[in-house]
Every structure is written in C-alpha cells, then in structure tokens.
Design a protein around this ligand. Sequence first.
Ligand code: ATP
Ligand code: MG
Length: 570
Amino acid sequence: MRWSKYYLPTYKETPRDAEIPSHQLMLRAGLIKGLTSGVYSFLPAGLRVLHNVARIVREEMDRSGAQEVQMPVLHPGELYEETGRLKNFGELLFKLNDRRNRFFALGPTHEEVVTDIARDGLKSYKQLPQNIYQIQIKFRDEFRPRFGVMRAREFMMKDAYSFHATPESLQETYEVMAGTYASILKRCGLDAVRVAAESGAIGGDVNHEFIVLADAGESVLFRCPECGYAANDERAETTGPKTIEKEPAGMQTVATPGKHTVDEVAGFLKVSPQRLVKTLLFRAGDRVIAALVPGDRELNEIRFAKVIGTPDFRPLDEAEILEVTGGPVGFSGPVGLEKRAEIIADALLDGYQGMIVGANQKDMHLRGVVMGKDFKAARTAPLSTAKAGDICKNCGKGELELQRGVEIGHIFKLDTKYSAAMRATFLDAEGKDHPFIMGCYGFGVSRAVAAAIEQHHDAKGIRWPKALTPFHVILTLVNISDEATTQAAERLYAEMGKQGLDVLMDDRDLRPGAKFKDAELVGVPLRVTLGERNLKDGNAEVYYRLEDRTEIVPLDRVTGLAGEFYAGTR
Ligand code: ATP
Ligand code: MG
C-alpha cells in the first residue's frame, strides 16, 4: 500500500465523545468511523486488523475440529417464541416487520437458529458430537452502547454451538473450547483470565468468561493469589472480610435525625458502615421479600434472582415501603417484619454478633440487633458481592484481589435448555428419544480489536501485537523528491512484498516529523526509515515500536530482519 493513495486518515485531536484509550485511538488512527450510536464502519486498516483476529479465530476453531457455517442474520420471530427468549431479550432484540407484516428479529446470537438446524439433520447418537461455528455480525440494541466497537449495537462475534449425547461428551468439548480460547488469546497477544461466571437466573449453571485485563474494562473479577481461584464479581465467593468490626449485642433504639444513607448513619454513630445492615425490599409476583446485606456491600441481583427462584422482581416504591414497614424509605429494618415480608439474609450476616438496622420509623435506627433473637430470617444465602481483601472461599486463606477487564469470550453449558424447548432430539442406541445436550461458545471478534489496543498502547498511539498489526512494516520516506530514496523504497517494497510482508509505504508529501507521529499513532511494530544521510552509506534506520528502539541496518538486511521479526506470528 502507498499511503498517498490509501484511505488511512489520522487525527491529532482526541475525539470528545470517546472515553477510553482504545476508542480514542481507533478513531484517531483511522481504523473505524462511527455512523450512529453503537454502529461503526471498519476502514481499510481497521478491517485488516479485524481480519487478522478472524483468521486466528478461524484457524484455531478449525484445528479444534469445529465446522464453519454461515447462518442467517434475519430470524423469524416465532423462533424466539418457541424458546421464550422474546421476553428474555426484551429491548435488546432488534425487531422488524416484512412487507406482509410478519415479525422478524436481527440475530443477537444463534441458539434458536442452530437448534433448528440440528433438529432437522441430526437424528442419531452416532452423529454426535458436533460443534459448528460461524463468524458473523450480531445485532443487539444495547441499553448503553459505548466505547466504540467495545460495546456496539452491531458487532462481529464468533459463535459456536455443540451437540452431545452425554454430559461427559459436552464436558470434553467444553474443555477443548476453553483450550482453543486460550490459544486464540495468546496468538492475539491478549493477556486474559478464565473466570467462573454466573449464568443469570435461567439456564445451565456452568459457564466461564474470558476476561482481558484492562483498567478501562467494564467487567470486574476477583482473583486469589494463594490458590489461583478466579471468578467474576457476580460469582466470586468469599467467607467475608478478614475482620468485621463487632457491634455488641443488646437491642436499643437510637435517634438518627435526617440520616438516611449507610454512610450518613455510620458517620453519625461513629462506626464502620460494616456494622450496618441494609434492608432492601422487593416484590416478586405476590411475594414481598426483604433482602438483608451488610452496609458496606451491594446486593448481587443475579444471585438474588437465583435464591428467590425468579428474575422477575422489582424494588418496592415509597408508598409500598410505608405500607409494608410502617416507616419511610431509608429507615427499613427486619425487626417486626417477619409477618409482612420474607426475610432473606446474606450469608455473611451469620458471622455478626449484633447489627445496626432501620427501626421502620422516621429518624430511628436499632443498634445491637441479633438475628435469630430479635428477628428471624426465613433463610440465609450468599446475596452480596465480594470486595477486595475478602477471604477466598475456595482456599480459606488468600485475600481476593480485584481486577478490571473486558469480557472477550463466554462459554456455556446450555444442557437441554434450547433443545427441550424446541423439541430437537436424537435417538440413543436403544432407539429412545432425547433432547440434545448443548454447549455454546461466544467470542467477541470486533471487541478483541479494541481490547488489544486497551492492553497495548502508550501516549503516542497503538502498539500492535505482531499477529494483529494491519501492516508489518511502515516504510517512511524522509524526502519523497530524493531519487535515491524512492529507488531504495521501491526495491524494499517489492522485496518485502515477495516475502509475504505487508508494507505501508509512507510516500505522502509531509514533513518527516508528521510521518513519524502518524506511524507511532497507527502503531505498526516496525518502521523502516529511508533518509538521505543513512542511504549514502547503504543503510536504513529501523525503529522497533514495541521496544522504542532504533537500529541502523544495511539495506540488504532489512527484508530478512523483518521476516525474522514476524517469524511464527503470521
Ligand atoms: P456483555 O456482558 O459485555 O454485555 P454478553 O455477556 O452479553 O456481553 P455474550 O452473549 O456472552 O455477551 O456474547 C459473547 C461475546 O460477544 C462477548 O463475550 C463479547 O466479547 C462479545 N459481545 C457481546 N456484546 C457485545 C457488544 N455489544 N459489542 C461488542 N462485542 C460484544
Ligand atoms: Mg457474556
């Protein structure tokens, strides 16, 4: 490619609505162009990177024995009625009508479509297992599209689905896929962790996320430095903090005038927020449920949904709180509430001597309240999210460390959730019908491009991992009017091309400083600079972007050096 003729626009200014480095750099380095919220074009250089990720994904999936297919983007709405996901997806699903007013959806994922394929052609246990995948655009009307292609409304996903006769067979493929993801991530230069994840209120229980570590990521995970346990924030289990500030038992009423929030009350009583217990009131169908969680922790809604057995719950409004508790918002507590609400206490509260709770009266709290004596919980269950420093439940020793990252892949054991709903069955050796046991394996191909930049950039721009770079070499001509320069450039360009190296020749009529800045922004790992001074001695200057180092190299050596530099990464 010759930059003078190549569409690779670069920008000095940081775009105002781009909050995180990868989004800023993708726009500034001319990789993508936004069309509307959460919808992007990949420009030529950006598409090269996207293709590199897709190629690695495809190679590793093929190596694992999975088979590539291409399923439709346009899905008849009835499919989603069969599995009940019309409701589950809710507003996430892009819906449209055809000319006969038949309802369609744009595929957010393909469990239904793939199950429809399987129920047609897979009949016997002898045909199992099968694992099929595609690399394709997905549509999701995200509540909050942001961070460029990281959370888009139209994005590229690799999705695979496996079909099995036995749980053991599913387990085998599940582990093969986990290994495949590890290889893909390694080849892409992404440092990621596999974590146990929560599957939501409905569906199979076993699932893992692959999280690319990055400060700007929206995912939170906890890792135990002692035993290696890793789980996302929805799943992480802990036996609680190392020490809990004790609230002495012995119930007494205290006035807390005008203090509503945990911090306000804790500050007023001069105690740690740990000693307080929040009473959160919900309605689920005709049940009223009071969830009790330590004052310094949040309710984990996914866990809560599991514990109460339904994702359909909502917080009580002010009027309902007054009706149920007799007191205003901010002063709810469990004492005297047993008959009016089902009390579910967070498991950590088992370790509490006493606690400070709302008194169900304006401006009043109760201190020294003892669970089991002053009120009885219907049950205790893990409800709250973990915090950094908590003791790992897995080994009982390590203190959990909090890390942030980007969810790049998610693998699930679906079991028979879709096959049972859609009557997709096979015959076993005895001729008996069974729904397929299924797994599904998603990987964010376009998100991986952004995640790679999140992990590999500096103040000057992107620092592409070797396997993802849009070009292997930028060939920078210091003075395009110098004949010796253009001659050497043409020679190297042809030579490297022959070796299968992708070269971007910067033959634009710009000052060298501007060219160097652009090269650093675009982030190609190798820059070969051709300037009159070095050329006189038959040399070029090679700049290693990843190491920020330069070297003077004889022209004859440049192509060989570039080939060695990329050996094993192409
Ligand atoms: P998230 O929690 O980030 O919303 P998800 O759990 O809804 O993702 P999955 O259904 O597990 O996503 O999809 C598989 C993969 O597709 C994700 O791991 C992620 O890499 C990618 N992905 C999901 N949503 C988006 C999106 N809006 N934009 C870009 N990539 C996405
Ligand atoms: Mg996910």
